[in-house]
Design a protein. Structure first.
Lengths: 326, 285
């Protein structure tokens, strides 16, 4: 597996709180290959953000890594000294955040900021500015030279997000993490950003870890998808396969709830009844049991393991075990 | 640095466009001009005595009259402005620089350091300024440097607290997280990204603090704790005028008016500066 770029291996992360340890991530395993787009989907609070901050090691002070490894090009990032980790951030691994209105320094011009993030480069200031302008052009900002002198508030949300993408790609990273980059934008802009990301991904040949709760976007953009629920991976595999033949009830319900999938006029949009279990006080057995319409007695007592069903398609549900279903 | 010059030009034009700002600019400009060129402006030696012409009212020779030793009040007002700025500027900029550094360290550093610095700030603040000044003057004797030191020491906490609060707010803002995730070091985050966000606020605070400091220097000189006579100071003028008010009202006018004007001028300038400098407010104009 030489083409594996990022490998998350049995990662468990807790948050220490006054109520006890919050088990934010449990036994997460998946990998991202070079030049591939992997989507992570799941509802709010399922651990997507914890996962990203764990990869970049920018976690809150009360975070405890309980087990597992985050291997980037074979190197365990969790063991790396802070200085080396800092050299990876923004160089080999870049990130685009959710809210473009918040991710730029309000008092520095876009040009100043884009020159500043090239602080590792030995190039002259004029060269850095030229490169910044070129990157702005690449993400489709018209008249990039003049726009470098402008401040973030002079750009629209969609433009700011494209600037954020330009900044993230400036160092030609091997891995781009996109943390719900389109959630704060309206639908037409969302399409633009997605198309732009696709083009740039081709051009720079970087892998993208795309976090979203919008299934349509994931289906459009990604090669593979990881479905997370309450801090655990419930299903992962090829996008087409998962969307056409989901093997976990949660994935199936999630697809049913996507407004894009609803063919008839509905007065009430479908939802998954129930709530995500309390992460500080997890019930035994399957975590989705309480909300699952196909729960069996076995689900209450035994945690279903994530098993390989087909090549590259994993799911964690007892329904896929013949002996358990009986 | 052609770029920053145009930025400064923009700020000045912005301030001048606001009527109050323009007024502040004119008053402050006049005070600064008089302070710099005091040597050439004064018609008489500000410390030269002439007992024959003591306690005179305004005339063409003595624009604001003379004091009990026959010194020309107008000359003393001009020279007093020089003293006022000599105290106010180093004290305010010194306090701002130290307060900014300590405040940013408190806001960004570990919790124990924050607590320690806050304890330091609170300790300084708990001293009444005048009592603190009395103690220092008793120790080292009254002089210009003593006043500068007292004023600086007592205003450090103000700047420190504001810088700390700003740093704490910025520290959790998404763009700082974005910078960290793009591999910026702590010094880069503090120096390149936080400093420009904080310095504008502090500059405005400083502009508004200058009149307080001028008044404080006048107050200390009024109590005889400031500059040593015969050095002219607005506070000293006011003190002399206070005891001689039955003989001539002009000393009080000469000492009081410049204090009032300086306070108004710097405050107008400070407020106008705040509106112009802050890019978040600039957008709404």
């Amino acid at each position: 597996m030489t083409d594996t770029l990022l490998e998350i291996d049995r990662l468990s992360v807790d948050y220490e709180t006054a109520r006890g340890d919050l088990k934010a991530l449990r036994d997460i395993s998946f990998d991202v290959r070079k030049g591939e787009i992997v989507g992570i989907v799941g509802e709010s609070g399922c651990g997507k953000s914890t996962l990203i901050s764990s990869i970049l090691r920018l976690t809150a002070p009360n975070t405890r890594f309980r087990q597992g490894e985050v291997r980037f090009k074979g190197q365990d990032l969790l063991q790396l000294p802070e200085r080396q980790m800092r050299n990876l951030r923004g160089a080999d691994i870049s990130i685009v955040f959710q809210d473009p209105m918040q991710t730029h320094n309000p008092v520095l011009s876009i040009g100043q900021q884009m020159v500043d993030i090239q602080h590792r480069s030995k190039a002259s200031k004029a060269e850095k500015r030229a490169r910044a302008a070129k990157m702005l052009g690449a993400v489709g900002i018209p008249d990039p030279e003049a726009r470098l002198a402008q401040f973030p508030h002079e750009f629209s949300g969609g433009m700011r997000q494209r600037i954020a993408i330009a900044m993230a790609l400036m160092s030609e990273p091997d891995l781009l993490i996109a943390d719900e980059p389109t959630t704060a934008l309206d639908a037409t802009l969302e399409v633009q950003i997605i198309e732009r990301l696709q083009e740039l991904q081709q051009e720079f040949n970087c892998a993208i870890l795309f976090i979203s709760h919008h299934l349509g976007v994931i289906a459009e953009l990604c090669d593979r998808v990881v479905v997370m629920y309450a801090g655990a991976v419930v299903e992962s595999g090829d996008v087409r396969e998962i969307f056409h033949d989901p093997k976990h009830p949660y994935t199936r319900r999630l697809i049913d709830c996507d407004p894009g999938h609803i063919k008839e006029r509905a007065r009430v949009l479908p939802t998954i009844p129930g709530e995500v279990p309390d992460l500080a006080n997890l019930p035994g057995g399957c975590i989705f049991r309480d909300r699952c319409d196909q729960a069996m007695p076995r689900c209450a007592s035994h945690v279903p393991p994530l098993i390989q069903l087909k090549d590259g398609h994993h799911a964690a549900c007892w329904l896929n075990h013949k002996e358990a279903a009986e | 640095m052609a770029k920053s010059r145009t930025e400064l030009g923009q700020i000045v034009t912005g301030v001048a466009r606001d009527p109050l700002g323009l007024m502040g600019l004119i008053i402050v400009g006049t005070i600064v001009f008089c302070a710099i060129f005091a040597y050439w402006i004064v018609p008489f030696d500000p410390v030269g005595m002439n007992i024959k012409d003591r306690l005179q009212g305004p005339s063409w020779t003595h624009l604001l009259g003379t004091d009990q030793l026959g010194r020309d009040t107008f000359s003393r007002v001009i020279a007093g402005g020089q003293v006022a700025l000599q105290v106010a500027l180093p004290a305010v900029f010194g306090a701002m620089a130290i307060g900014l550094t300590l405040g940013m360290i408190a806001g960004y550093g570990p919790k124990w350091l924050d607590n320690l610095l806050m304890l330091f700030f609170d300790t300084i603040r708990s001293f009444p300024t005048v009592m603190f000044a009395l103690a220092v003057v008793a120790l080292v004797g009254p002089s210009l440097q003593t006043v500068v030191f007292v004023v600086m020491a007592t205003s450090i906490p103000t700047y420190g607290r504001v810088a700390r609060t700003q740093t704490l707010t910025l520290r959790n803002s998404e763009f700082i997280l974005a910078e960290r995730s793009m591999g910026a070091s702590m010094t880069r985050i503090l120096g390149v990204h936080m400093l420009p966000n904080i310095v504008g606020v502090l500059a405005v605070l400083a502009a508004m603090d200058i009149p307080t400091v001028i008044a404080l220097e006048a107050g200390l000189s009024f109590l005889g704790l400031g500059v040593k006579p015969p050095t002219p100071s607005w506070g000293a003028l006011l003190k002399d005028g206070y005891s001689l008010i039955r003989q001539t009202p002009w000393l009080v006018v000469g000492g009081g008016l410049p204090i009032i004007l300086a306070t108004l001028g710097f405050t107008f300038l400070g407020e106008s500066l705040r509106d112009v400098v802050d890019p978040k407010l600039r957008k709404q104009r």
